[in-house]
Design a protein around this ligand. Structure first.
Ligand code: PMP
Length: 285
């Protein structure tokens, strides 16, 4: 994967794909001092690009590692990467981390904050069966208390339990896992937000312990424009019984209908299909 042609933007310049490397004593590798973004470029334009750049900077601030690049500089870096690699439909990964330096302990103020942007072609996150309804496992790991880790940061450290949950899900033949939060309320999937439909109205968790996804916010706006009632509420495990439809939202996942979570089943209904179609139109507009 690393030995291929192409260019990656690193610390202010484009470098050869195969030369985009870091030292083994990189602080982030030892202590998860790393934040990132996942973005999608459609027909030459990154959807909500500025929002992603802003979130990257905010994630850095939340982890006490302010990025040395402005939103405009990050925007320019992404443009440069897409152009250098001749990509018009692609997934874009921006990453910022504490590098190697004077400090090898937990405190790392003397180590440089570094940044990179890569982009590549990436199709459906859940494969070709996307519109058939994904099967979700119920994760044993819970989204942590915001007093434990800043939940609004898209921080690498938050993803360890996601990786473990997704591995466990895949071992059971599921494509993802739904996670509860530290209180036991329905939270999100390992890389996407979750929505439910009941009698034409939409229910989704309050984003007080989850990532308030850019796609999530877009979809809530779309639904409200359609005149659909959206309830941001606490969802108990037992509430799953009463929901008729379920879908995931995320930059990579886009709108992915869910057919099953544990023993609960859902139909890929009309509202879910409409959200998927309208989102597809919006990102390509
Ligand atoms: N929750 C988690 C844990 C995620 O990793 C993502 C993907 N960034 C999302 C939700 C969806 O966020 P967005 O719509 O901004 O991609």
């Amino acid at each position: 994967y690393d030995d291929r042609d192409g260019n990656i933007w690193m610390d202010g310049q484009l470098v050869e794909w195969r030369d985009a490397k870091v030292h083994i004593l990189t602080h982030a590798l030892h202590y998860a001092s790393s934040v990132f973004e996942g973005e999608r470029c459609y027909n030459g334009k990154i959807f909500k690009s500025v929002e992603h750049s802003e979130r990257l900077r905010k994630s850095g601030e939340l982890l006490d590692m302010p990025l040395p690049y402005s939103v405009a500089e990050i925007e320019a870096a992404k443009e440069a990467v897409l152009k250098a690699n001749g990509l018009t439909n692609a997934y874009v990964r921006a990453l910022a981390w504490r590098g190697a330096g004077e400090d090898m302990g937990v405190a790392s103020k003397r180590n440089p904050i570094r940044m990179a942007v890569a982009a590549w072609e990436w199709g459906n996150y859940y494969g070709d069966a996307k519109m058939k309804g994904a099967k979700l496992d119920i994760a044993k790991w819970r989204r942590p208390d915001p007093a434990t880790i800043p939940h609004a940061a898209k921080a690498a450290g938050l993803y360890m339990i996601c990786t473990m949950s997704k591995h466990a899900a895949e071992a059971k033949g599921c494509s993802d896992a739904m996670m509860f939060d530290y209180r036991g309320y329905v939270a999100e999937a390992t890389g996407a937000n979750i929505f439910f439909v009941k009698d034409g109205e939409v229910f989704t968790p309050i984003p007080d312990a989850i990532l308030n996804g850019i796609t999530r916010q877009t979809v809530i706006g779309m639904l409200k424009d359609m005149g659909v009632k959206v309830h941001e509420v606490r969802i108990n495990p037992g509430d799953l019984e009463g929901f008729q439809q379920c879908f995931l939202t995320g930059t990579a996942a886009e709108i992915t209908p869910v057919g099953q979570i544990g023993d609960y089943t859902f139909e890929v209904g009309e509202l879910t299909r409409r959200v998927a179609t309208d989102y597809e139109k919006l990102v390509r507009a």
